[in-house]
Design a protein around this ligand. Structure first.
Ligand code: SAH
Length: 352
């Protein structure tokens, strides 16, 4: 079965005509699937029953269903544990800000990048998500909260650039005229630094923000926590980022998770500042979310503050990520891991 939610308007028009219908039927179908976020063909009452019957033979509308929702004490963050049609489990996070609501979307079930501080990668990669499954996370959260989502960050489970084609399709569907029409400028894609795909991305003509998970000021430290650093050097990444800015005019964000005794010394801040000299970039310091299965510790608060001040001395644009939802396991992959651990022990009864 194919997934209607992953199809563009043009593809729906082609699908309609292949089934003997006029082009406008394809447009109506698109309006149902992405404009109204319909979850079944039955809802599409202005489409001929015959057309819907034919569609049913080859297509489904992929969805996600809520297994668990955890809301933070301040009620400004909610974490959703979703199950997919095939029983796989993913997570997404909803965050309420003054300037609008954000959803943090997963791009894969698990991840194969192996970063040593991250929970998403503990059980490896199960599979890629389809564009429809990425959209479903947003559609379902919007339906469930009854509030409009205006920002998307692809920073949930998975490495988005390891699922390149589905990611691009997702971004185009998310921002297109007949869909949710989320501005591309409000979409951020975070990558551990797959250089060929970053280069490919700059040619797509998108206005999204690219965030790079740097987490180190040099290759030696980066290789200790990020296996991908053995494949691509920081020089290659920085060069790709400079070119990305040249090609798109979009300022790149560097994410830097602060791990005690590993990457948080003043000398590291100085080295980082030098590496991004003359670059139009923004550095986001993330206090590490400690993951039980991983040994790493979060940097001390005074070290994080000093790191920030050092970067500012070099005139770098830097923020410390506001912590939302650390009381609800909102760090990547933590909630799913807990769920998987419990199903292993007691598959009959799962309580989080
Ligand atoms: N694969 C993508 C998206 C991953 S998640 C990437 O690597 O960018 C988004 C960010 O959270 C990444 O910067 C990731 O390195 C970081 N991250 C993962 N686990 C973390 C943890 N336990 N504490 C703090 N940041 C973490």
């Amino acid at each position: 079965m194919k997934d209607l939610r992953s199809l563009t308007e043009q593809e729906m028009i082609e699908t309609a005509s292949a089934l003997g219908e006029k082009a406008f039927r394809g447009r109506q179908l698109f309006e149902w699937v992405h404009g109204k976020q319909a979850s079944s063909l039955e809802e599409m009452t202005n489409l001929p029953a015959k057309f819907r019957e034919k569609l049913k033979q080859d297509y489904i509308i992929s969805g996600v269903s809520i297994l668990k929702k955890q809301v933070s004490r301040k009620k400004d963050t909610a974490k959703y544990l979703f199950s997919l049609e095939d029983g796989n489990v993913i997570e997404s996070v909803w965050m309420k800000y003054r300037h609008g609501n954000s959803v943090c979307v997963s791009s894969q079930v698990g991840c194969r990048m192996g970063c040593t501080f991250c929970a998403s990668t503990l059980t490896g990669l199960a599979r890629n998500l389809t564009a429809g499954e990425m959209l479903s996370q947003v559609y379902e959260i919007q339906r469930e909260t009854g509030e409009r989502v205006s920002n998307i960050i692809v920073m949930g489970m998975g490495e988005p650039l390891d699922n390149y084609d589905n990611l691009i399709r997702f971004i185009r569907l998310l921002s297109c005229e007949g869909g949710l029409r989320i501005s591309q400028r409000n979409i951020t894609v975070s990558t551990c630094g797959l250089v060929p795909e970053i280069r490919r991305l700059m040619g797509e003509g998108l206005q999204i923000t690219l965030a790079i998970s740097l987490h180190a000021p040099n290759d030696e430290i980066r290789r200790q926590t990020m296996p991908i650093a053995k494949r691509y050097s920081m020089d290659e990444i920085m060069e790709a980022c400079r070119d990305y800015f040249q090609a798109t005019g979009r300022r790149v964000t560097f994410e830097y998770s602060m791990i005690r005794g590993v990457n948080d010394r003043e000398a590291h801040a100085e080295e980082l500042a030098r590496r991004c000299e003359g670059m139009n970039c923004h550095i986001n310091l993330i206090p590490l979310n400690e993951v039980r299965e991983r040994g790493n510790k979060r940097s001390r608060e005074e070290d994080i503050r000093r790191f920030k001040l050092t970067l500012e001395r070099y005139h770098k644009n830097v923020t410390i990520r506001r912590e939302m939802g650390s009381d609800i396991d909102a760090a990547c992959g933590q909630l799913r891991k807990k769920y998987l651990n419990q199903t292993e022990r007691n598959p009959e009864e799962v309580k989080l």
